[in-house]
Design a protein around this ligand. Structure first.
Ligand code: ZN
Length: 218
């Protein structure tokens, strides 16, 4: 099977994708971005896990993303919203992030003879991030193919999985404990079970409890 490139962040979702990719492709490389995120420890987690997975990780700096707009993930002066607002995405949304990441990933992939790109986005636990939706991924895939005259295939193994099913997938891939203990999903940059109160921690921990409960009953 051919080579694949995983868009990687050191979080639960992209780590599950990293090991999914290792199962489905002969050769896996990863790409991560330093985009001015407030918690650079995410990248330390990414480096450590990639090393353990024996996957080469390429990290690139794209600081412009935090300069052209403001959100609570890159702007330390902004508080992370803990409740989901009614009529707009939460202020943790980094506008354009997935499009930019996937575009840079595609340029890197073509330069390295890779056609398969894997991203951990999904819309089952839709938190108001428009660039996590399947419709967007299909559209961007087509645009990237046209823009570089190259047949990319963007894979989204988590697209229709809720958080408990993502835990289940990690378990099936044999990396449940690694994902639970070493990934960073928390908006406050705390590894493992995190702060427990930010929206990302709540979603992650709720999914974990649901999965453990279903496993216990099964
Ligand atoms: Zn948290």
């Amino acid at each position: 099977m051919p080579k694949a490139l995983v868009v990687y962040s050191g979080g639960q979702d992209s780590t599950t994708c990293l090991f999914w990719a290792k199962k489905h492709f002969d050769e896996v490389v990863a790409i991560a971005f330093d985009y001015g995120q407030r918690h650079i420890v995410e990248l330390d987690a990414a480096k450590q896990i990639a090393k353990e997975a024996n996957v080469a990780l390429n990290i690139f700096k794209i600081n412009l993303l935090s300069e052209v707009s403001h959100n609570s993930l890159t702007d330390n002066a902004m508080e992370v919203e803990t409740n989901q607002p009614d009529h707009r995405p939460p202020n943790t949304l980094v506008e354009g992030r997935n499009m930019l990441f996937l575009t840079y990933a595609a340029v890197f992939a073509k330069a390295n003879g890779i056609r398969n790109i894997i991203t951990g986005v999904g819309q089952a636990d839709y938190s108001g991030y428009p660039d996590c939706r399947n419709e967007f991924i299909l559209s961007l895939n087509q645009t990237l193919n046209l823009s570089m005259d190259y047949e990319y295939q963007i894979h989204t193994p988590l697209m229709w999985l809720d958080k408990s099913e993502i835990w289940q997938l990690a378990d099936e891939l044999g990396v449940f404990e690694l994902v639970r203990d070493k990934t960073i999903t928390c908006y406050h940059g705390i590894a493992g079970e995190g702060c427990g109160t930010c929206p990302s921690c709540k979603l992650r921990n709720r999914g974990l409890l649901k999965y453990l409960k279903s496993k216990g009953n099964g």
